[in-house]
Design a protein around this ligand. Structure first.
Ligand code: PLP
Length: 396
């Protein structure tokens, strides 16, 4: 008999699990060439050539026992050093290897962070819409996810809503920038407003909220958008980064957590995080740690996503759809042209189009359109999106 906790997680995850099979279902119905799958957030551009070269070099030239050995929970020292040096230069901040923890992707990192921080009943505030797996991650450690609205229309953080939601039980505020599902990148001004609220509430209530910034899409940014180093604004911030998207390595499970010196109780937190890693995934995959360090200055063809974003955003808004400005990640947050987003997503299937209802992200009235697809898929799908729009508007 599975635990009640897992039963809750299972229930919450059903909608997302269905998405993985929906593509196959539609392909059978319409033929694969007539299915436009914008539902899945899997990178579709290959990893940079340096990834393959590094793997070949590692497996050819490193003694096997050393190559495949345990690495210690934080990861290889030389790898953490290389990453710290990279981020030190990029952000102009003081980081060394003691601030870097190699993890099994952002999923592994967030689980380790929450395991370290949460006691039963502790509250984790998450601005909605949000990545649905957060429910499972918080539930894993007996936490309670408290969702708060973002600003209507722009989907930026709404510090006033966050302020209202903070209680003595609030342990963590979990944000995600660039955002899945909205594609919004939080501005410096918006983050500074959040900092003010957190500092005020900490002082008022005698608590010490940890801000966790989930940044797996940090390098997928377009135009003049940028993701600042958030601990510069709020000391007690932990960052979770992943190479799943920037190096197109989602199945390889590699990322890192940055625990800056400014985090409350740094030493204890560092010891807790190491223990959390050891007691869950033991260590991040060894070969992939080495790959991450060797390829830290490389990235997949992000321009491909930007071209997709431009074509899809222009194509859809020209048709008449309303979309949030997508400055990062590979998602477009589209206002459903009818009240019920689930009904709209279901109707879209009749046109061979697969999108995810916003309700799956606690963002009703919208759908998420993933543009990590072939450019040709966007070109072929736009006329179908138009037919769909026209039919919905005409009440057909
Ligand atoms: N956080 C967000 C917002 C995501 O969208 C994803 C994956 O899509 C993850 C975390 C997990 O990423 P990873 O593959 O690094 O575990």
């Amino acid at each position: 008999m599975i635990s009640e906790r897992m039963q809750r997680t299972l229930e919450g995850g059903k909608a997302m699990a269905e998405l993985f099979t929906a593509g196959e279902r539609l392909a059978k119905q319409f033929g694969p060439e007539n299915v436009y799958n914008f539902a899945i957030g899997n990178p579709n551009v290959p990893a940079p050539a340096s990834v393959k070269d590094t793997i070949i070099d590692l497996v050819t030239n490193t003694p096997e026992v050393a190559l495949h050995s345990y690495t210690g929970p934080e990861g290889f020292k030389d790898v953490r050093k290389a990453i710290a040096e990279h981020d030190r230069e990029k952000y102009g901040v003081d980081l060394t290897e003691k601030n870097i923890f190699m993890v099994a992707g952002a999923g592994g990192g967030l689980n380790a962070i929450l395991l370290t921080l949460l006691d039963e009943g502790d509250e984790v505030i998450v601005p909605a819409p949000y990545f649905p797996e957060y429910e499972a991650y918080v539930n894993n450690y007996g936490g309670v996810l408290v969702d708060v609205p973002t600003k209507p229309g722009t989907f930026e953080l709404d510090p006033r809503e966050i302020k209202k939601a903070i209680t003595r039980k609030t342990k963590v505020v979990l944000i995600n920038t660039p955002n899945n599902p909205t594609g919004v990148v939080y501005t410096e001004e918006n983050l500074r407003d959040l900092e003010k609220v957190l500092v005020d509430k900490n002082n008022d209530l005698g608590i010490d909220i940890t801000l966790v910034s989930d940044e797996p899409y940090r390098d997928l940014i377009y135009g003049d958008a940028y993701v600042p180093f958030i601990p510069k604004f709020y000391d007690n911030t932990i960052i979770c980064y992943s190479f799943s998207k920037s190096l197109s390595l989602p199945g390889e499970r590699i990322g890192y957590v940055t625990l800056p010196d400014s985090v409350t109780g740094f030493k204890e937190m560092a010891a807790g995080l190491s223990t959390a890693i050891r007691s869950t995934f033991v260590n991040a995959p060894a070969i992939m740690q080495k790959v991450a360090a060797a390829c830290i200055n490389d990235e997949c063809d992000i321009a491909y996503y930007e071209r997709n974003r431009d074509a899809l955003f222009k194509g859809l808004t020209d048709i008449g759809y309303e979309c949030t400005t997508p400055n990062g990640a590979f998602y477009l947050w589209l206002k459903a042209p009818m009240d019920d987003d689930a009904e709209f997503a279901k109707k879209a299937e009749d046109y061979g189009i697969l999108v995810v209802p916003g309700s799956a992200f606690k963002g009703p009235g919208y759908v998420r359109v993933s543009y990590c697809v072939a450019y040709e898929t966007i070109e072929a799908a736009l006329p179908k999106f138009k037919e769909l729009f026209d039919d919905v508007k005409a009440g057909r």
